[in-house]
Design a protein around this ligand. Structure first.
Ligand code: CA
Ligand code: CA
Ligand code: CA
Ligand code: CA
Length: 219
């Protein structure tokens, strides 16, 4: 409920400036730095030492007032969680904070993602999950997947990232919990910068009649 005064104040600011605003999540606090969410007061440009800056990504300069003409979708709630984007630390609810999406620092190499889109490249894997897997969040062909082949031993093959460790678990049926660890695998191999992609295969030689597998990326 505390968010209502926030965007009401922002609407007031936009009207007074006769401008259109795009800035959806870069309310500045009273010291002129980017606010980290929560409750806000004194949000008008006049009463705010830092004003409101354009959230174009990267560093923020010239924080006194408005920059150019921009659109503000006041009260926008991208992830429909009841918290307006202006006060939401994670607009798209993908698990990666807005600040992290703007900085790109969760990826190596540093890669800026869309803070209003949970899956920036539309490959079915969220920006957060790609940050954990170490895959390129802007490449729809780069994501963490594995396939199973039987001949008759089971070969599990997945596109991995060199030097990451993966836990392979299994159960006899999909109804059972994945409590059995087949192996923890730290993937090595020749892989090219910047994403160090390498294909890895693990063999399950148990010859069990049926198994269901899961692979986790370990921190
Ligand atoms: Ca996010
Ligand atoms: Ca995102
Ligand atoms: Ca993705
Ligand atoms: Ca991707």
């Amino acid at each position: 409920m505390k968010t209502i005064p926030v965007f009401m104040s922002l609407l007031l600011v936009g009207t007074a400036a006769f401008a259109q605003f795009t800035n959806r999540s870069s309310v500045l606090d009273c010291s002129g730095t980017q606010a980290s969410g929560g409750s806000f007061t004194n949000l008008s440009a006049a009463g705010q030492s830092g004003g409101i800056a354009v959230s174009g990504g990267g560093t923020y300069v010239n924080q006194a007032g408005f920059l150019n003409t921009f659109f503000m979708n006041s009260g926008l709630d991208t992830d429909c969680d009841g918290l307006a984007d202006e006060a939401d630390l994670d607009n798209d609810n993908d698990g990666l904070a807005d600040a992290a999406e703007l900085s790109g620092a969760s990826f190596s190499p540093v890669t800026v993602t869309d803070l209003n889109e949970a899956d920036s490249d539309g490959d079915g894997m969220s920006d957060h999950d790609e940050s954990v897997a170490g895959t390129n969040p802007l490449d729809e062909n780069a994501l963490f997947l594995f396939r199973i082949r039987c001949n008759p031993m089971v070969n599990l093959t997945w596109v991995a990232r060199s030097n990451k460790t993966y836990r392979v678990r299994y159960a006899a049926t999909p109804m059972q919990p994945m409590t059995n660890v087949l192996s923890n695998v730290t993937v090595r191999g020749v892989a090219a910068a910047p994403w160090y992609v390498v294909t890895n295969t693990l063999t399950d030689a148990s010859l069990a009649p049926s198994r269901v597998y899961a692979i986790d990326v370990l921190p």
